[in-house]
Design a protein around this ligand. Sequence first.
Ligand code: ADP
Ligand code: TRP
Length: 330
Amino acid sequence: MSEKIILTGIKPTGMPHIGNYIGALKPLIENSRHNKTFVFIADLHALNSVHDAKTIKMHTYEIAALLISMGLDMNNAILFRQSDIDAVYKLNTLLMNITPKGLMNRAHSYKAMLEKNAAAGDDADAGVNMGLYTYPVLMSADILLYNADIVPVGADQKQHVEFARDIAEYFNRTYGNVFRLPEPQIGADAGLVPGLDGRKMSKSYNNTIPLFAETSELKKLVMRIITDSKLPDEPKNPDESTIFLLYKHFANSTDVEKLRQMFENGKIGYGDAKKMLFDAINATLAAPREKYKYLMSHTGELDEILASGAERARKIADKTIERVMHAMLG
Ligand code: ADP
Ligand code: TRP
């Protein structure tokens, strides 16, 4: 097991799709077999946009059930709910005082809101609450509290992790060496998985395959994948085919190589390739889907798992907050 501490947060805002899984969750789950991994459900971060407790709670259960059913290593991984750790609220308040306002002004996510408002002719800060504006401070508190070395995130979150590092460096210069400096890590497949229409699979394009779609729904979606009009006996470039690009994440390497050859040598039509893809996805996801359904109807078990994760996380967080308070307040 490597000494490096991995940490990431997942916002509870709905069922992830296959692109999220391949780009973000699968590498995280694999990492959890070899590294000490902190994974938390970032319910406090969801608060700036979701103002309904039931929705946040339901999505929190969904993410927890999904990670467990897809094989998160529960020995190495500490899975918990962000809001269960008192130290994070404390560190957030403390970090506010050393975080330059200008840093927040430069955050891509905040700037995107400003641009959207300008385009609509609205007030510059329309719809921006302080939770959104100070989002990167809370995220820094998350990262620094658990002494994370590596923070796997999507490209859109890279800047936030760099902010956490900047804030930690500034803190260490002012108060002495308290924080470990984190680094962002972008997954090799992040953002590359194509959706049904061939564009990047994304909630915003409505071209996704939800991770736990039921068998009949999954089949329908796979059959809807858009292809060109090449005939079965025409050679096709597998690396330009959505079918093949999805298949390679769900089949073993021998089968992937076989399908590659069949594409290149004009030995398969798109209809048959889609059937192979459906079978491969379904075979991979059928058992986890059942486990997921079981957990979602036994949320008491999820509560227990999250509570024991929080207990483990709290031990580390409390030590950090003690050091920080001592450094800042004596
Ligand atoms: P969406 O585009 O559906 O809104 P998010 O931006 O919420 O997805 O992405 C969450 C995580 O999933 C990020 O780490 C991102 O890199 C990963 N991800 C999203 N879409 C894809 C994709 N099509 N292929 C690979 N990874 C993806
Ligand atoms: N902001 C991240 C997202 O929207 C979620 C998140 C919150 C996070 N805290 C974190 C990610 C700490 C990594 C580390 O996806």
